[in-house]
Design a protein around this ligand. Structure first.
Ligand SMILES: Cc1ncc(COP(=O)(O)O)c(C=O)c1O
Length: 408
């Protein structure tokens, strides 16, 4: 048999330098790139074990927890979902998953791969699930977990965690929180809010490269793992055995992405240098300025209720007659700015602008609004000259002086 193996020679890698105003990955600070490029060591090297200690200390600070099981899974955010549901659910269990978008639905889909019975409690995209609906769905049943996404990235919606904790207490359930799009961008206190399992992704408000999913597990959830009757349906994501490596013994489990851990460590150092509260405030103030600018340009948001808006991701309704892809392509080609389109039922209906971690900056908000004005004018939308930038500037002027100082 003759083979036709392509013989072309491939040039050196030279990616464009984009401003990623997407719902992840976000652009990274040069300090994080430098950490990525430092020398590789082995994953069993005594020096690396110290680096793992640092990583876990920083993760506990960012999650606001003392949980023993706190580690970065070698997986993207979806791995965090997978680990959470596979370690808790087994045959005979019931789970309630709150679904208000593509990513919270993914938790329900992954849970349906277990033998447990899964009930979805839904809200329209653009709104948070009503905890009362969860209470009703669980009444009289033994519920093992309630799953909820704090930040639903597909619609830019924030869910308040505390009412779900209350319902979970009433139903005797563990509370599982997807903080992929919210950790380090939105207030979250794992211990104080008594979240049993919380996971995130490194590529969003932490602004490290994609590829790791930080996760933390309460002692109560650990006890549930210990008393399982059946094996976890995944060897890789069995958190008890993964902790042989990330726990005190530091025994080999799998080879972790060492360079990504360096980068995560540096990105988290930056989070803690800034301070969690200052960082949450920076995300809040920059989103308010973005929204002021968008509304002044005559654009509408998907989440109508300001209390439902997720500070890290803003979902904008695409005006009638405007081509979704044309706008996004022009932003990319003319301004080097990437934003995202809608997913699932929101495809071609919304744009999603991420102001996450490094990207939540005053200069980027103003640049984006100016670029969007030019693109919308080219696409035939009537926009008042400078309306977006002007309104955003006014929004910054009205913010408390200390908040403006942190809004970069
Ligand atoms: C809320 C949420 N959960 C889960 C995921 C899945 O993460 P990943 O794409 O890193 O697997 C995402 C990704 O955008 C997300 O936003």
């Amino acid at each position: 048999m003759t083979q036709h193996i392509d013989t072309q020679s491939i040039g050196e890698l030279a990616p464009p330098n984009r401003l990623m105003l997407t719902p992840g990955p976000s652009s990274m600070d040069p300090r994080v790139y430098r950490a990525l490029a430092t020398p590789l060591v082995g994953h069993m090297d005594p020096w690396f074990k110290g680096c793992m200690d640092d990583t876990q200390v920083l993760l506990r600070q960012i999650f606001q927890t003392e949980n023993r099981i706190t580690m970065p899974l070698s997986a993207s955010g979806s791995g965090g979902i997978e680990a959470s549901v596979l370690n808790t659910l087994e045959a005979g269990d019931e789970a309630i998953i709150c679904v208000n978008g593509v990513f919270s639905d993914r938790m329900a889909v992954i849970a349906s791969h277990t033998p447990a019975k899964v009930t979805k409690v839904e809200a329209p995209y653009g709104k948070a699930v009503d905890p009362e609906d969860v209470r009703r769905a669980g009444k009289g049943k033994k519920i093992k977990i309630i799953g909820v996404a704090q930040g639903e990235t597909s619609s830019g919606v924030l869910t308040q965690i505390d009412p779900f904790r209350k319902v979970a207490d009433e139903l005797g359930a563990l509370l599982v929180v997807d903080a992929v799009a919210s950790l380090a961008g939105v207030p979250l206190h794992v211990d104080r809010q008594r979240i049993d399992i919380c996971f995130s992704g490194t590529q969003k408000a932490i602004s490290a490269p994609p590829g790791m999913s930080p996760i933390t597990v309460s002692p109560r959830a650990e006890e549930v793992f210990r008393t399982r009757k059946t094996k976890v349906q995944s060897w890789y994501f069995d958190l008890s055995t993964a902790m042989n490596y990330w726990g005190k013994d530091r025994l080999y489990h799998h080879t972790p992405p060492i360079s990504l851990i360096y980068a995560l460590r540096e990105a988290m150092r930056m989070v803690m240098e800034e301070g969690l509260e200052a960082r949450w405030e920076r995300h809040r103030v920059n989103q308010l300025a973005l929204i002021a600018g968008l509304e002044a340009m005559g654009l509408e948001l998907l989440a109508k209720n300001p209390a439902d808006r997720l500070a890290t991701v803003t979902a904008i309704m695409i005006p009638d007659g405007i081509d979704d892809a044309k706008v996004r392509n022009q932003l990319l080609d003319e301004f080097n700015i990437e934003i995202a389109g809608g997913l699932g039922p929101l495809k071609a209906k919304i744009w999603r602008v991420g102001l996450m971690g490094h990207c939540s900056q005053k200069a980027y908000v103003l640049l984006f609004l100016a670029a969007l004005e030019k693109v919308l004018l080219d696409q035939g939308v009537r926009v008042g000259s400078g309306a977006g930038v002007g309104a955003a500037v006014q929004s910054y002027m009205q913010a408390r002086p200390e908040a403006v100082a942190v809004s970069r």
